[in-house]
Design a protein around this ligand. Structure first.
Ligand code: NDP
Length: 329
C-alpha cells in the first residue's frame, strides 16, 4: 500500500512516500480502508520530534473510511461499516489498523470526508466546551485562532450554549470566517505590539472591564501571558495547544495575583478514554452537524503524496478550518 512515512524527524520534507506492507488486523483490531485522513498539529509535533514516537512511523492519527477486515473477538463493528477514528497509528496510508473499541460509527447523512474533518478537532471542541469548562448562557469566552480547525468548531459550540465569543485571528479574511461561525467580536492579535498587555486591554474593553470567564488557548507560547491577563477573577485558562511553540515555565503565584485563576492543560485522550465517552461525544457532535448547529469547513484538500504541502500550509498559518488528505475518496 501507499503511505507517508517519517523516518527521521524534520521539516515537512521528512514525510516521504513509501510502499509499505498492508497491515493485518490482530485480535481486537480492525483493518480500515482509509477514505480521508485528517491533518493535525499532533502530526507536526510528531514529525518535528516535539512529541516522541518510535521511527520509522507512518504519519497521521485521524481519518475515516470503511472496515475491510476484523480481527478475532471484535464485536463493536463489522466489515463494511463506515467509521472514523482519532488515534490510529498511521492514518496517512491507504489502509490502517485500529483497535475496534476506538472505531466511531459514522451515521447516515455524514460523509466520510466530513467525519475525517471533525473526528479529532470536533471531539476536542466538544470536550472543551462541555466538560473542561462547561459553557453556559452569559459566559464571556475568548478563543484564539478563531478561524482554525478547532477554533471554528469551538466558536459554534460556544454560541450554541449561549456564550458570548471573542476570537483572535491574524487576517481580515479569517476574522470574517470567525464572525460567520458566531463570534461577536474578533481581534487581530498580530496588530498588537505587546500582546501581553494590549490583548487584555482590548478584551476588557469588550466585557465591561471584567475580562472573560474562560480563555481557550491553542496558540501557546505567543498568547499565554495575554490570555492569563484577560481573565476575570476565578476565570479559567484552558491551554490546550502550542501552535506557536511550547509555554515557558511560570510562577504559580500569578494565578493568585490574577484573582484565584484556574489553569488546565487538557488532552482529548483523557476525555474519550472509554468507549462510552467516545461514542457519547461523537453522537452529539454528529447530531449537531446533521441538525445544522455546527457547520464543517474544509479549507484545503490534498492527495496523500502531497502531505508535505498540507503540513506546510498548517504551519504557515495559511489554513482555515480543516485540512484533509484524500486517500481512497
Ligand atoms: P488550527 O487550524 O487552529 O491552526 C493553527 C492556527 O493557530 C493558525 O491557523 C493560526 O491562526 C494560529 N497560530 C498562531 N500562531 C501561530 C504560529 N506561530 N504558527 C502556526 N499557527 C499559529 O489548528 P488545529 O485546530 O488543528 O489546532 C489548534 C491547536 O489545538 C493546536 O495547538 C493543537 O495542537 C491543539 N489541539 C489540542 C488538542 C488537545 O487534545 N489538547 C486536540 C486538537 C488540537 P491565525 O492565523 O488566525 O493566527
Amino acid at each position: 500500500m501507499r503511505a507517508m512515512q517519517v523516518a527521521r524527524t524534520g521539516g515537512p520534507e521528512a514525510l516521504v512516500p513509501v510502499d509499505a506492507p498492508t497491515p493485518a488486523a490482530g485480535p481486537g483490531e480492525v483493518l480500515v480502508r482509509v477514505a480521508y485522513a485528517g491533518v493535525n498539529f499532533i502530526d507536526v509535533y510528531r514529525r518535528t520530534g516535539l512529541y516522541q514516537v518510535e521511527l520509522p512511523a507512518i504519519a497521521g492519527v485521524e481519518g475515516a473510511g470503511i472496515i475491510e477486515a476484523v480481527g478475532a473477538g471484535v464485536d463493536e463493528v463489522q466489515v463494511g461499516d463506515r467509521v472514523a477514528w482519532v488515534d490510529a497509528a498511521g492514518s496517512y496510508a491507504q489502509f490502517a489498523v485500529l483497535r475496534a473499541e476506538r472505531a466511531i460509527p459514522v451515521p447516515a447523512g455524514i460523509s466520510l470526508r466530513a467525519a475525517a474533518a471533525v473526528a479529532l478537532q470536533g471531539l476536542t471542541a466538544h470536550f472543551l466546551a462541555t466538560s473542561t469548562f462547561p459553557l453556559a448562557a452569559g459566559d464571556d469566552v475568548l478563543i484564539h485562532a478563531g478561524a482554525g480547525g478547532v477554533g471554528l468548531l469551538l466558536t459554534q459550540m460556544a454560541d450554541l450554549h449561549g456564550a458570548r465569543v471573542i476570537t483572535t485571528t491574524s487576517t481580515q479574511e479569517k476574522a470574517e470566517l470567525s464572525r460567520q461561525a458566531g463570534a461577536s467580536n474578533t481581534l487581530n492579535y498580530t496588530a498588537f505590539d505587546d500582546l501581553a498587555t494590549e490583548l487584555p486591554r482590548a478584551v476588557k474593553a469588550l466585557t465591561g472591564g471584567r475580562g472573560v470567564t474562560v480563555v481557550y488557548d491553542g496558540v501557546g507560547r505567543a498568547t499565554f501571558d495575554g490570555s492569563l491577563a484577560s481573565l476575570r477573577p476565578r476565570g479559567m485558562l484552558v491551554a490546550f495547544g502550542a501552535a506557536s511553540g511550547p509555554i515557558e515555565p511560570f510562577d504559580i503565584q500569578r494565578l493568585n495575583a490574577g484573582g484565584s485563576l484556574y489553569l488546565t492543560r487538557p488532552s482529548l485522550w483523557h476525555y474519550v478514554a472509554s468507549r462510552d465517552e467516545l461514542l457519547r461525544r461523537s453522537r452529539e457532535l454528529f447530531a449537531w452537524i446533521k441538525g445544522g448547529d455546527v457547520t464543517v469547513r474544509i479549507g484545503a484538500q490534498f492527495a496523500l503524496d502531497e502531505a508535505p504541502a498540507a503540513h506546510e500550509l498548517l504551519e504557515s498559518r495559511g489554513s482555515t478550518g480543516k485540512i484533509v488528505l484524500a486517500v481512497n475518496p
